[in-house]
Design a protein around this ligand. Structure first.
Ligand code: S3P
Length: 160
């Protein structure tokens, strides 16, 4: 199972809960990239730019996509064609954690570990909106995250 959605939609939290419950590994692609490169996400953005990061992210996705694990992706993975196509062609279940912009923004606004959050709120909202269709078209199922964590996990567990 692969979780997609904007930053602050709860992919890591929900992914960890699902993995613990199912007794399978949890893979957070951001963490995977940080471990592989020995650099933080902001350091990678500084060194090789967003495009360089997206390529690393694709490589991480490609290495992990067939593992029997719950995989949490970075919010921007859908914007990179190679990653989008890889996700489009997988037969793993893709779950979109759907969260209104303001809720996501309030969770992430002070996070210095997310380079894109350093931009103005209105600009980030444009990015959010430009991604909605990509999340929708990739997902087998969208889950509204305006409910408790255990309700979200329960909804996901109902998906066949
Ligand atoms: C990004 C989301 C981040 C991380 C990077 C870029 C994005 O992951 O991959 O900062 O473009 O939305 P999370 O969605 O896990 O925060």
């Amino acid at each position: 199972m692969i979780l997609i959605g904007f930053m602050g939609s709860g992919k890591t939290t929900i992914g960890t809960m699902l993995a613990n419950q199912r007794n399978v590994p949890f893979i957070d692609l951001d963490e995977y990239i940080v471990k592989q490169t020995g650099q933080s996400i902001p350091e990678i953005f500084d060194a090789i730019g967003e495009i360089g990061f997206r390529e690393r992210e694709f490589e991480a996705l490609d290495s992990c996509i067939n593992k029997d694990a719950i995989i949490s992706t970075g919010g921007g993975i859908v914007t990179y064609d190679k990653s989008y196509i890889r996700l489009k062609n997988t037969n793993r279940k893709i779950i979109y954690l759907e969260t209104p912009f303001d809720i996501s923004y309030n969770r992430i606004k002070n996070d210095t570990n997310r380079p894109l959050v350093q931009m103005e709120k209105e600009k980030l909202k444009v990015i959010y909106e430009s991604r909605l269709n990509l999340y929708q078209t990739l997902a087998d199922c969208a889950i509204n995250t305006e409910q408790t964590k255990s309700e979200i996990v329960h909804e996901i567990n109902k998906i066949k």
